[in-house]
Design a protein around this ligand. Structure first.
Ligand code: GUN
Length: 280
């Protein structure tokens, strides 16, 4: 039997609808959530992400403030801007679109964001809170993935979850959230000796490495839930995931498509964090 498609597009749209109601209530209390988005340079992929984030804000009733800075902007200028936004009462969330140009130290910039406005949950204080399971903001992509897994009805308690990729944005926080769900979690990466064998153990396989079609049918346990976080641009201009979708859908029970899978969920979770920041 073919895998069921987990449409992030549909689930995200449902979540945004709920958030729109929450925003109406906040506005009734005299608060309109505001999100500041800082983008430095003109990387095309970042521009698309930022536009999508702004579109979601408009739909929900969140005010978005874009700060598009030239690639030559200095680290000090970005830090000064963040300090100003930290004190701005109309701004509840601050997001710095990554990657930043090479002359800028990401870590130093992220450290400047007020942890109470850190809707990406990239500040070390929030990363630490995720580690100990006491969080105010969930990291957007992993939170979106958890939400999608819950929709399959699978019981994560005691299940074998394999995360492929160990980035600070996805792989590491993903492993933490799955651990908080009482799963048995294995994290794989480029040095993993027998990736195929480890992946094949997974009841839930989450892949976030940025390697087109890395995961083939024979990496997947029959009936597994497969979540593909990869978004790779192919030579023909089309997007594809880290999972070979055509192969995997013949083996998995549920699978996320690319595009229309995890991507829209990440944005929905960012909106959720921004509303939460305004409520706080
Ligand atoms: N670049 C790639 N993914 C993300 C994300 O989730 N947030 C930000 N700020 N930058 C990114």
């Amino acid at each position: 039997m073919e895998a069921k498609i987990l449409s992030g597009r549909d689930i995200a749209s449902e979540i945004r609808l709920g958030l729109k109601n929450d925003v109406e209530k906040l506005k009734g209390n005299g608060v309109q959530p505001g999100l500041a988005v800082i983008i430095v340079g003109d990387e095309p992929a970042s521009r698309i992400y930022v536009n999508n984030k702004k579109k979601a804000c408009d739909e929900i009733g969140i005010r978005s403030f874009e700060y598009a800075l030239p690639a030559e902007t200095s680290e000090e200028e970005i830090i000064e801007l963040i300090k100003t936004l930290n004190c701005d009462k109309n701004i509840h969330g601050i997001l710095v679109q990554l990657p930043l140009p090479p002359h800028i130290n990401d870590e130093k910039v992220l450290l400047t964001i007020d942890p109470d406005k850190d809707v990406d949950a990239f500040h070390p204080v929030n990363v630490g809170k995720i580690m100990i399971g006491n969080y105010r903001f969930l990291p957007c992509t992993p939170a979106g993935v958890i939400e999608m897994i819950h929709r399959t009805g699978i019981d994560l308690k005691g299940s074998e979850c394999v995360v492929v990729g160990r980035s600070n944005i996805v792989g590491k926080p993903m492993a933490m959230l799955l651990l908080h769900e009482h799963a048995t979690v294995t994290v794989c990466h480029s040095r993993t000796k027998d990736l195929k064998t480890v992946c094949k153990r997974a009841d839930v396989l989450v892949v976030a490495v940025g390697k087109p079609k890395l995961i083939k049918a024979d990496f997947i346990k029959p009936g597994a839930v497969v979540i593909d976080v990869g978004t790779n641009r192919m030579e023909n201009g089309k997007l594809c995931g880290d999972v070979d979708f055509e192969e995997a859908k013949g083996v998995a029970s549920y699978i996320t498509p690319v595009p229309g899978g995890v991507g829209p969920m990440t944005i929905a979770m960012l909106m959720k964090n921004t509303v939460k920041a305004a409520e706080i």
